[in-house]
Design a protein around this ligand. Structure first.
Ligand code: SOE
Length: 387
């Protein structure tokens, strides 16, 4: 498949990130096995949609995703709509034989995510889930060091995703704070990324136990479908926050490692601290997305007089994807993770294999999310094989 004609649902934050990736791919990765064609963008508000279409560079637009999924001139449906819309669109896409690229978390529940996986598998289509942080070159380096045994047997995974955008109690009740639309709060939105990172780097979870809190239980009702950049305003009608503001859990991995994972939108001063530390028998690695180009590494085998964490700038041709961008040392950012993700998708489509991460990873992440929820509800350790 040389050209992949994309039909994309959603034009806000993720819609923009995906559009940018489709545009950048052929310029920086001309050898990609297939090329995305930005065919049709879909959204509900015709005025905003038209603006996004011209700004992002899509050929056409439609306001109804049902029309999008049946079009003969579209091969891949890219779902960036709020989480409550993922399942219905994915099932319809699969029923029409379209390949599917879906943002995380895959669905509102484990049950729904399993249904999506089953539908995609039965239809024989390609499916991918958007865990973009895997695709940072520094994370790829972490993966390589672990796979080569360079930090030895893993003892600890310590992961956090810290934000602070809802710390103002007058910040409105946007869709991400409503369970029926978002599924969960920090846990599913941020914790999902950390869970995926842990699975990618350390392996499968065995058991979990967690706690969560909703610090601000009511907020002003949002006037429109606003997002992260909404502004707080005192007064007006209040509505109930139905998701967690913060969730923390401990875990044991199948390989024997211990884990702790924290996701919160109440960590003042942290805008997007998606960070992890992994300690092994031969060394440690540390990553913080706010310094996306860097990996801190420590090797116990280093000579005693120079032991210490060293900062590796993962921007050389020796690092994943970097020879496609700029000369050594010239850094990259958030948007590049999406370009690398789309590269994997385009290569997988033409090679006739499933990309990684795919809906199986989406389901596995959802299993951990719900195991944590169950552990909180029943105040006990929950084994993943109970899910
Ligand atoms: C908001 O919390 C958000 O944009 C998440 O929805 C994303 O998945 C994460 O990458 C950054 O933060």
């Amino acid at each position: 498949m040389a050209n992949v004609r994309v039909g994309m649902v959603g034009y806000k934050f993720m819609g923009k990130a995906h559009s940018n990736a489709y545009r950048a791919l052929p310029m920086f990765f001309p050898d990609a096995a297939s090329k995305p064609v930005m065919k049709v963008i879909c959204g509900r508000d015709p005025v905003q949609l038209e603006q996004a279409r011209t700004q992002f560079g899509w050929e056409q637009s439609v306001t109804d995703w049902r029309e999008l999924v049946t079009r003969d001139d579209v091969d891949l449906i890219d779902i960036n709509a709020p989480s409550d819309a993922h399942k219905e669109i994915a099932l319809a896409a699969a029923a029409n034989g379209k390949h599917i690229f879906c943002e995380k978390p895959l669905a509102l529940s484990l049950k729904d995510s399993r249904e999506m996986l089953e539908a995609a598998e039965n239809a024989g289509v390609t499916h991918m889930v958007g865990f973009n942080y895997r695709f940072a070159p520094a994370v790829q380096l972490a993966k390589k060091l672990i796979s080569e045994g360079r930090i030895g047997k893993i003892y600890h995974f310590r992961g956090v995703f810290l934000q602070d955008w809802i710390i103002d109690p007058n910040f409105p009740l946007v869709w991400r704070l409503q369970k029926e639309i978002a599924g969960s709060g920090s846990h599913g939105d941020l914790g999902a990324h950390v869970i995926d990172m842990a699975r990618y780097l350390v392996g499968e979870f065995d058991e979990v136990i967690g706690m969560s809190e909703t610090f601000v239980k009511q907020r002003p009702i949002a006037s429109a479908m606003t997002g992260l950049s909404a502004k707080g305003e005192a007064g007006g009608e209040l509505g109930d926050v139905s998701v967690d503001d913060a969730t923390v859990f401990m875990a044991r991995f199948e390989g024997g490692a211990m884990g702790s994972i924290e996701a919160t939108r109440f960590a003042a001063g942290h805008r997007c601290t998606n960070a992890f530390e992994i300690n092994g028998s031969k060394g440690s690695i540390k990553f913080d997305f706010e310094r996306v180009n860097e990996l801190q590494v420590y090797f116990t085998e280093d000579a005693e007089d120079v032991q210490g964490f060293r900062r590796v700038l993962a921007t050389d041709p020796a690092h994943a994807y970097m020879d496609a961008w700029w000369p050594a040392g010239h850094t990259i950012g958030y948007e590049h993770t999406f370009t690398h993700e789309v590269l994997e998708l385009m290569n997988a489509l033409s090679e006739g294999r499933q990309p990684v991460p795919n809906f199986v990873d989406g389901v596995k992440c959802q299993e951990v999310l719900e195991a944590v929820d169950l552990s909180i509800a029943e105040r006990r350790w929950v084994k993943l094989n109970e899910m």
